[in-house]
Design a binder for this molecule. Structure first.
Ligand code: PLP
Length: 364
């Protein structure tokens, strides 16, 4: 089977929207061409519409989601400053690593993998942190951590949120929920290949920037000037033009469908998948009431794998025979959990039906 036929139902990337693939074929412009600058400005407007924010500093960072994480942390945390970080999976853990490398004092709020983090615990963890940070949609477990209560109770702290797997897939309101810094990725619910990290930063956060970012490339002060069309152009870099075309197109698809409709499509597919898996006798892994529709984690039915075949063998068979990719578990749940994505263009009922049918054919 040709690789182009793959159905990408892993934790990301998903299959891109057809309009996105088309956008890659657009003739290349120079990165300083006024036509490209106009397209970038329009992309930033579309990002504001999807993030639900009026933040002027809203743009696609020219690197993947991890760069968005590094950029947001390294511009607001100086050595010794306190950050409270929620940890219930791989990406909360990564936040701690990033903050620790900056010399920040990390106050962890841990929850068991598969469980959500209680917002009040984040607020009670320290009397006066500079930053409170959490992952909205933990891709390693399929759990949604709730944001609104943290945003409402943050006091003087800056609220920093990882939206890599939530943006455009589940409700998220940057301004209404008091989020000061957020980053995402293009390859999840936006339906674009990996390569850019949409970032948005409030005026409050800009006022809290460190004096000098330890990274040149991730310096949000310079980028703010670039995004605003500033005359110094101190952040002179060769923007990945074709990726920006692709993001512009993907956001266009979502806004034309309607953000609420796109989220409803993700929800319907997630519910269909989770119900179907339960009907087949599978046990869902993530805490009930906090399950992400776009990323389903399910306990692997180890007693129903074909004779002599491990769980990785089943995933390989899904890929080779049906062209369907799903993801394995990470960290403490490796070998115990599968992670099934239903994101972006992949979030279609027919894809759910196909996967459930394939699993029914393979498993005992
Ligand atoms: N945060 C979350 C929640 C993620 O799921 C991912 C990637 O899967 C990242 C951060 C890192 O993003 P990237 O792989 O694009 O660097």
């Amino acid at each position: 089977m040709a690789h182009s036929d793959r159905l990408l139902m892993g934790p990301g990337p998903c299959n891109p929207y057809p309009e996105v693939i088309e956008a890659f074929g657009r003739p290349l412009l120079g990165h300083l061409d006024p036509e490209f600058i106009d397209l970038l400005d329009e992309t930033n407007d579309r990002l504001r519409a999807v993030f639900l924010t009026a933040n002027a500093l809203t743009f696609p960072m020219s690197a993947t989601g991890s760069a968005g994480m590094e950029a947001t942390f390294c511009n607001v945390l100086a050595p010794g400053e306190v950050v409270v970080i929620g940890v219930n999976g791989v990406f909360g853990e990564r936040m701690c690593d990033v903050a620790d490398r900056l010399g920040a004092e990390v106050v962890r709020v841990d929850a068991e993998w598969g469980q959500a983090i209680e917002p009040q615990r984040m607020l009670d963890a320290h009397p006066g942190p500079k930053v409170i940070a959490i992952v909205h949609a933990e891709t390693s477990t399929g759990v949604r951590n709730d944001l609104e209560e943290i945003g409402a109770g943050k006091g003087d702290a800056l609220f920093l949120v990882d939206c890599v797997t939530s943006l455009a897939g589940i409700p998220l309101e940057i301004d209404a929920w008091g989020v000061d810094l957020a980053y995402s990725g293009t390859q999840k619910c936006i339906g674009v290949p990996p390569g850019l990290s949409p970032v948005t930063v409030s005026q409050r956060a800009i006022e809290g920037f460190v004096e000098r970012s330890p990274s040149w490339y991730l310096d949000l002060s310079m980028i703010a000037d670039y995004v605003a069309g500033g005359s110094t152009r101190a952040y002179h870099h060769t923007a990945p033009i074709s990726m920006v075309y692709a993001l512009h197109a993907g956001l266009g698809v979502i806004l034309e469908e309607g953000l609420g409709n796109a989220q409803a499509r993700h929800r319907a597919c997630g519910e269909k998948l989770q119900l179907g898996l339960q009907e087949m006798g599978f046990e869902l892994f993530a805490q009930e009431g906090h399950r992400l529709p776009e990323l389903t984690s399910v306990r692997i039915p180890l007693d129903r794998l074909p004779e002599g075949m491990g769980e990785a063998g089943v995933r390989r068979l899904l890929l080779d025979r049906y062209g369907i990719e799903i993801g394995g578990g990470l960290g403490p749940v490796a070998g115990q959990v599968w992670r099934i994505g239903c994101m972006g263009h992949t979030a279609r009922p027919r894809n759910v039906t196909l996967l459930l049918g394939a699993l029914a054919e393979i498993l005992l």
